[in-house]
Ligand binder design. Structure first.
Ligand SMILES: Nc1ncnc2c1ncn2[C@@H]1O[C@H](COP(=O)(O)OP(=O)(O)OP(=O)(O)O)[C@@H](O)[C@H]1O
Ligand SMILES: [Mg+2]
Length: 212
């Protein structure tokens, strides 16, 4: 293929991905999500319109009961990833990747995974199986008795099974400063392909709110 064919193919692919992600969501529903974000004070005065529309589109699928996947928000510091997950993503538990490594070093792999799976309640609260995983990639590699483990790769694998089992009810919301390529480099293709399937990846650019 020459360059123009490649370009056309990649544009077609992007359009298809957009259709898939907003399947069934109408423009007024997206506008309502935009208003909701604005009312919550989550909207930049200038710039980053595309990013915020992508977030609003995703929110609209949630409001319409059509969301199937979680979120992977990636981008530089201070862009509002953690803030968005806290305000708009309903999960019973939020944990930072570095906290998972601390638990791993204290407890070992199987206990951490069992704790995360915690599945033995009779009375399951709403949003219980959804998990927010903040700051993926900011954690050190886990070390325990001379063994090193990327425990987050195991956690993502477990979350993938949870999602396959429960669908939206088992969704995972992730924030990271890593690019998708860096995620693949650090945790391997297996992990990044699972993430790609179970989340909608949105690159959060725009202003660094901490500097604003
Ligand atoms: N859209 C927004 N509107 C208003 N304030 C925001 C917005 N996004 C972020 N902020 C503010 O900016 C600060 C930084 O945002 P946040 O912690 O979400 O960044 P982050 O993308 O998670 O950064 P890091 O990668 O360093 O974790 C927060 O204290 C939050 O109050
Ligand atoms: Mg953050």
């Amino acid at each position: 293929m020459d360059r123009i064919d490649l370009l056309i193919a990649s544009l077609a692919e992007q359009a298809e991905a957009r259709r898939r992600d907003r399947a069934g969501v109408t423009e007024p529903q997206i506008e309502r999500a935009v208003s909701r974000m604005q009312a919550a004070g989550y909207w930049p005065a200038t710039g980053a319109g595309e990013t915020y529309r992508a977030l609003a589109t995703w929110l609209a699928t949630v409001a319409a009961g059509q969301a199937t996947r979680g979120l992977l928000l990636w981008g530089g510091p201070g862009r509002g990833k953690t803030y968005f997950l806290g305000k708009f993503c309903r999960a019973d538990r939020t944990i930072r990747a570095s906290q998972i490594v601390e638990l791993y070093q204290e407890w070992g792999r199987s206990r951490v995974l069992a704790w995360l799976e915690a599945d033995e309640l009779d009375d399951v609260p709403a949003d219980y199986y959804r998990l927010t995983l903040d700051d993926l990639g900011a954690e050190p590699t886990g070390k325990r008795y001379g063994e090193t483990t990327e425990i987050l790769a195991d956690v993502i694998d477990q979350r993938y099974r949870e999602w396959q089992r429960r669908g939206w009810a088992g969704a995972t919301f992730v924030s990271t400063n890593l690019t998708p390529e860096e995620v693949a480099d650090r945790y391997g293709e297996r992990t990044s392909s699972r993430l790609a399937e179970m989340t909608a990846a949105i690159h959060i650019d725009g202003p660094d709110w901490r500097m604003a």
